[in-house]
Ligand binder design. Structure first.
Ligand code: ADP
Ligand code: MG
Length: 297
């Protein structure tokens, strides 16, 4: 985690629009991510978070606008997209491991095929990365023999084996059982502390607050807030972000607005101390043991 931002830009997005037919999904996104920076992207389901992330490595082609990754304009028709992509690791909600390959096989494959490493070198690098995610002893296992959390850690180790300059995460813990989330977040935290540049779409607000340098709040295809992580999470400027964060952190509460309650009644029902549960430094246990979360699906 960089406390001051001094690195060069790794991602520079300007004036990005993306439409799927009539569905105008991204409506003018400007976002720069510097070397060693960890930027967490939060926002309601359907607000365009995944589409934005996918535009970074051109899994989606922008309709209008500029996306530069490591100084390369991704929208140039003659750009060698495969070459740029080798520098960008991506981890999805679903782990996308090859089921018929062992853990080690999954990590070695792209290194040999894409980076033309020897099997010996690729194996050594794979084992180092498995070590880093705490799974070296499972190298001979098949994905189906691992828990979801272990599979996701393998997917991260696989991405790291390509020596990425940038890691993109799209809700990497959303498909996991709650007790498996912590190990994956711990690996991501280590990665952030080691200086990896990261863009993380997540509903894990404690992670965003503690590990993110910046938090970007998206709503309806736009960036509504972009600021220091702690500030956006604990003290958002906009009402839209406040409503979203409240819903994520208190998912079981009845929606007061729908009941037409006044502010006064709301304040009585949810005193301030309760509202900020799990978000105060050194406060109640929620954030420490397992961040509260909200599922997209
Ligand atoms: N490949 C696609 N084709 C058509 N529509 C898409 C595609 N991907 C996303 N969308 C639409 O874009 C909108 C934003 O989706 P998405 O980026 O997945 O949001 P989020 O990740 O914030 O939930 C949704 O309306 C979704 O249906
Ligand atoms: Mg998404």
């Amino acid at each position: 985690m960089a406390s001051t931002i001094t690195g060069r830009p790794v991602v520079q997005i300007t004036g990005l629009h993306k439409a799927f037919g009539d569905n105008h999904v991204l409506k003018g996104i400007d976002l720069t991510i510097h070397e060693r920076e960890v930027v967490c992207v939060i926002g309601p389901s359907g607000s365009g978070k995944s589409t934005l992330l996918r535009c970074v490595n051109l899994l989606e082609r922008p309709t209008v606008g500029s996306v530069q990754v490591l100084g390369v304009e991704m929208t140039d028709r003659d750009v060698n997209i495969d070459k740029v992509r080798t520098h960008v690791g991506m981890v999805f909600q679903q782990f996308n491991l090859f089921p018929h390959k062992t853990v080690l096989g999954n990590l070695v494959l792209a290194q040999v095929k894409v980076l033309k490493r020897s099997t010996e070198e690729a194996t050594a690098i794979a084992l180092r990365n498995l070590e880093q995610v705490g799974l070296a002893e499972r190298q001979a296992a098949y994905p189906s023999q691992l828990s979801g959390g272990q599979q996701q850690r393998v997917a991260i180790a696989r991405a790291l084996s390509m020596d990425p300059k940038l890691m993109l995460f799209d809700e990497p813990t959303s498909a996991l059982d709650p007790e498996l989330v912590g190990d994956v977040l711990a690996v991501m935290r280590d990665l952030a502390q080691a200086g990896m540049t990261m863009m993380v779409v997540t509903h894990e607000m404690a992670f965003a607050r503690d590990v993110g340098d910046r938090v970007v709040f998206m709503d309806d295809g736009m960036i509504v807030e972009d600021g220091p992580a702690a500030q956006v999470i604990t003290n958002p400027r906009t009402e839209r972000a406040r409503v979203f964060l409240h819903r994520v952190l208190h998912p079981t509460e009845v929606d007061d607005a729908e009941l037409g309650q006044t502010d006064e009644i709301r304040a009585q029902a949810h005193p301030p101390a309760q509202r900020s549960r799990g978000l105060l430094p050194g406060g109640h246990g929620d954030a420490a043991v397992g961040p509260l979360k909200h599922k997209d699906h």
